[in-house]
Design a protein around this ligand. Structure first.
Ligand SMILES: [Zn+2]
Length: 512
């Protein structure tokens, strides 16, 4: 007998419906899987066989042919275990087959019959809702993730026997309800996992730079000796960015879902991601890759922060991979059969020592590097990413009297309010330019239009260009940052004090 079950596969961060046809006929016992299955799907044959036996079902004698459609789409991973199991049970008349077409099934099975969570459930749930599928059947651990999608009935089960019972008595089961207030993610407090600026001692200059970075969407680099708190400061940036809108949270969650980072961990990613890959990271792990392309660190930090600690330790050719995504806000990964696109709009925060020994410019410890060593080091810093970074910020070690004091600075929530107001101001200004969302994205023509200088500001900027030997690009960066500082002050005009403050954030230019 023939049974057909629906499932789905992921391409990039989108889902495609997959048909699982199971035919059982007389003949030599055996199982064949057709339709471009990968190794994990092939292994599914043995897993399903053991599972059904251990769960107390009869495993049919005869020849079992499993056909996955459409035939030209590669199917990967263990998520077809459950649909294949259901197909075998239906084809051998151990469950009712009349309602199978109403549901879409996903899940890996264990040998004891229990269901294990799979990656990519959120995008599949979203696609199932669009396709008008009546219900989605998933492992219990994927329940909350799937239930985020409105207008779709989600049924979640712990084992294969429960799924069989559901198919035989569907009326006695109710769809999963979403926990708590997942739909409402706007809160007046910080998410508990987000670190607060309130705990930072001193560092007024660096805190201010973080606020400017958040308000204008500017990339930033911290330059300072070991122990000055560069990492600790960088971690505070997600908490002062505006809270994620619900649609943005869905976007972030889709990416994390496909990467398999949501397993057993509830539903929506509610706060902006912070990712900090090690400097030994490979190109594909940063930008995404693999024979079935998976999102890399830049996509996992989408709408959040990518932190590259010790920038000079990263391989130059690896950093080169980041240039295009930083420009486009997305990355395309091409494979012979398909090319996929992952979103990658992130704020880049980097950190570096000011010299090889780490103490150039430090007030406590003497730098032991020769001038030549320092020059070589700074030349390395003018690498592929520096012309994408608007703010170069010096961070100093705390003085002893600062270390012993209680932190007295402002908390992240009130800084975040100012950031939001500045961003709103910029968005209002850009209303005729639909692809501009923040000041950092301005091109030359936008800078010409919205960063006009009065005589005092022009004199200041010309002086800085002369003194620091700045390029036209560096000068544009100063203007963009000055625009953000004016937005934070609620001012339409670029006054000299804004330009003067923006010029301060050229620490690396000043060293060279
Ligand atoms: Zn040194």
């Amino acid at each position: 007998m023939l049974a057909r079950v629906w499932s789905a596969s992921i391409i990039g961060i989108d889902a495609v419906k997959v048909g699982v046809e199971v035919d059982i006929s007389r003949g030599l016992p055996g199982i064949v899987v057709l339709g471009l299955p990968d190794a994990a799907v092939q292994e599914s044959r043995e897993r399903v066989k053991a599972t059904l036996k251990n769960a107390g079902f009869a495993f049919p004698m005869g020849k079992i042919v499993i056909n996955l459609t459409p035939a030209d789409l590669r199917k990967e991973g263990p998520c077809f275990d459950l649909p294949i199991s259901v197909g075998i049970l239906a084809a051998s008349e151990q469950v009712r087959a009349d309602l199978l077409g109403d549901y879409l099934f996903l899940g890996e099975v264990s040998l004891d019959g229990s269901l294990r969570p799979v990656a990519g459930v959120l995008p599949i749930a979203a696609a199932a809702q669009k396709m008008g599928i009546a219900g989605l059947v998933v492992p219990a651990d994927n329940a909350q993730e799937a239930a985020v999608v409105e207008g779709l009935a989600v049924y979640a089960f712990k084992n294969v026997a429960n799924v069989a019972d559901f198919l035989n008595n569907p009326a006695s089961y109710k769809p999963v309800q979403l926990d708590g207030s997942s739909g409402n993610i706007h809160t007046t407090s910080l998410h508990p996992s987000v670190t607060d600026l309130r705990d930072v001692k001193g560092q007024a200059h660096a805190r201010r730079a973080l606020e400017i970075a958040a308000a204008g969407g500017h990339n930033l680099i911290f330059v300072g000796p070991p122990g000055s708190g560069k990492t600790m400061l960088a971690r505070r940036l997600p908490g002062i960015l505006p809270p994620l809108e619900f649609s943005e949270a869905l976007e972030v969650t889709r990416i994390h879902s496909v990467a398999g980072l949501l397993k057993n961990r509830g539903s929506l990613v509610r706060h902006r991601p912070f990712r900090s890959p090690h400097h030994s990271a490979s190109g594909p792990s940063l930008v995404g890759g693999g024979s079935y392309p998976r999102p890399g660190e830049i996509s996992l930090s989408h709408l959040g922060v990518l932190f590259l600690d010790e920038l000079t330790e990263f391989k130059r050719d690896v950093l080169e991979f980041l240039r295009q995504p930083l420009e486009d806000g997305l990355v395309t990964i091409s494979r012979t059969r398909q090319s996929v696109m992952f979103p990658a709009q992130f704020t880049l925060v980097a950190s570096t020592n000011p010299c090889p020994c780490g103490y150039y410019g430090d007030t406590i410890q003497q730098c032991t590097c020769s001038p030549r060593q320092r020059e070589q080091y700074w030349a390395k810093l003018s690498g592929p990413l520096m012309d994408r970074i608007d703010l170069q910020v010096a961070v100093n070690r705390l003085k002893p009297e600062e270390i012993t004091q209680q932190p007295t600075g402002e908390g992240s929530v009130s800084v975040r309010d100012r950031v939001q107001q500045a961003r709103d101001r910029a968005v209002k200004r850009f209303q005729t330019e639909t692809n501009l969302r923040c000041n950092a994205q301005m091109q030359s023509r936008h800078i010409y239009r919205w960063c006009q200088l009065d005589d005092g500001s022009r004199n200041l900027l010309e002086g800085a260009i002369r003194k620091l030997g700045l390029s036209a690009r560096a000068s544009d960066r100063i203007l963009k940052v000055a625009r953000t500082i004016a937005d934070l002050a609620g001012d339409d005009n670029l006054k000299p004090q804004y330009v003067a403050e923006a010029i301060q954030y050229r620490t690396i230019d000043r060293m060279q």
